[in-house]
Design a protein around this ligand. Structure first.
Ligand code: GLY
Length: 366
């Protein structure tokens, strides 16, 4: 088992990563439970696989939300809050979210607002959740106006990930999770590039047992960044690399056109091109990253989605300040924050992306 520490309101939240941890969950959470009642929130995909079993081990009631990003809405938060209250939850109760990023985002937010705040634990069951979504306390829901526009910083008091569960994750979801891994490696290449190059291909090919080191590496990078800036006033903005376009793509397709990681993969290609054009990255470096992004393909094609449909959502990005959305761009050895990108420049890069084959290679972008 590998343990990575994350900051939380009560001090330090352990992120325990290891094969075969889920059957041990009651023991792992013994300190967090300490006489508290647990409540498990999962979804209809993960519930029958893991959520019900975890609820059984914690002697907890289990709520299964409908699966999918389109359910990351107010109504799901209300449903969780009402379910908790119907089961006499108290402020000392422990909500345990078992699922992918959608479940941990919604359930974490419900924990933040129910009874003005319950402690919670994240048990991510997708690669994307293990490397990013469940870590660092960003919780929230989507609105018609855009993704994650309502939410709270509410860190889980513990996180438990068992990479064995990735064996039941479909290949598309696994590849989508790798987009956040590539993102993390672009932010912190000195920590992650070597692990990425030895583990990306086997994980993309469906060998989830190779994922543990990637998960731990991404977790260490994220823990360091969140430790510096839990509320995203500075360094944490780096973690939005590739997300400016990604959130626009997801919102413009009503959250049904792309898995989050697939949209991030397009977003990473866009920022590579913008960075190369500014001389922040050499063409050779941009091509090397594009080669890695090929492992995430096929991506949903952009050909049917016009820039005029996407651009309004980018303009409303929640990271907007003083009327301007600052992009995060990669550079040699890391990223640059808050870069101005004009509308016509973003539109031109988008047109280039639209002409790329959705299953790669993406080298024609450079
Ligand atoms: N997913 C980006 C962050 O946690 O800041």
């Amino acid at each position: 088992m590998i343990t990575v520490s994350f900051a939380c309101d009560d001090g330090v939240a352990p992120y325990r990563i290891g094969e075969g941890l889920l059957p041990e969950i009651a023991g792992l959470l013994a300190e967090d439970l300490n006489g508290r009642r647990a409540f498990v929130v999962t979804d209809t995909n993960v519930g029958p696989l893991y959520g019900e079993e975890i609820a059984g081990r914690l002697e907890a009631p289990c709520l299964q939300l409908p699966a999918g990003e389109e359910h990351k809405r107010w109504r799901s938060v209300e449903r969780i809050a009402q379910w908790l209250l119907a089961h006499d939850a108290e402020r000392g109760s422990l909500l345990v979210a078992v699922g992918g990023g959608v479940v941990t985002d919604i359930a974490g937010f419900a924990a933040a607002v129910t009874l003005r705040g319950l402690p919670w634990v994240a048990v991510p069951t997708t690669l994307l959740g293990m490397v990013d979504a469940a870590l660092g306390g960003k919780t929230g829901i989507d609105l018609d106006e855009g993704k994650n526009l309502v939410g709270a910083f509410w860190a889980p008091r513990a996180i438990v990930a068992d990479p064995l569960v990735l064996a039941t994750l479909d290949r598309r979801q696994l590849r989508a999770g790798l987009a956040e891994v590539v993102k993390s490696a672009m932010i912190a290449p000195s920590s992650l590039e070597h692990i990425l190059d030895s583990h990306l291909a086997p994980v993309a090919a469906g060998d989830p047992l190779q994922a543990q080191e990637l998960v731990a590496g991404c977790a260490r990078v994220k823990s360091e960044i969140v430790g510096l800036d839990a509320r995203e006033s500075g360094p944490r903005q780096a973690l939005n690399l590739g997300h400016t376009l990604a959130h626009g793509l997801e919102a413009a397709t009503s959250y049904a056109g792309f898995l989050h990681g697939e949209a991030v993969a397009w977003g990473l290609l866009a920022v590579l091109r913008l960075a190369r054009d500014r001389g922040l990255l050499s063409t050779a470096d941009a091509l090397a990253w594009a080669d890695r992004i090929r492992f995430l393909a096929p991506l949903p094609a952009l050909s049917g989605l016009g820039w005029d449909e996407v651009a309004p959502y980018i303009a409303r990005d929640k990271k907007r300040e003083r009327g301007r959305v600052g992009w995060v761009l990669p550079r040699l050895g890391g990223v640059v924050l808050d870069v101005a990108v004009s509308g016509p420049e973003a539109a031109a890069v988008y047109a280039q992306l639209q002409s790329l084959p959705a299953d790669g290679p993406f080298t024609a972008l450079f």
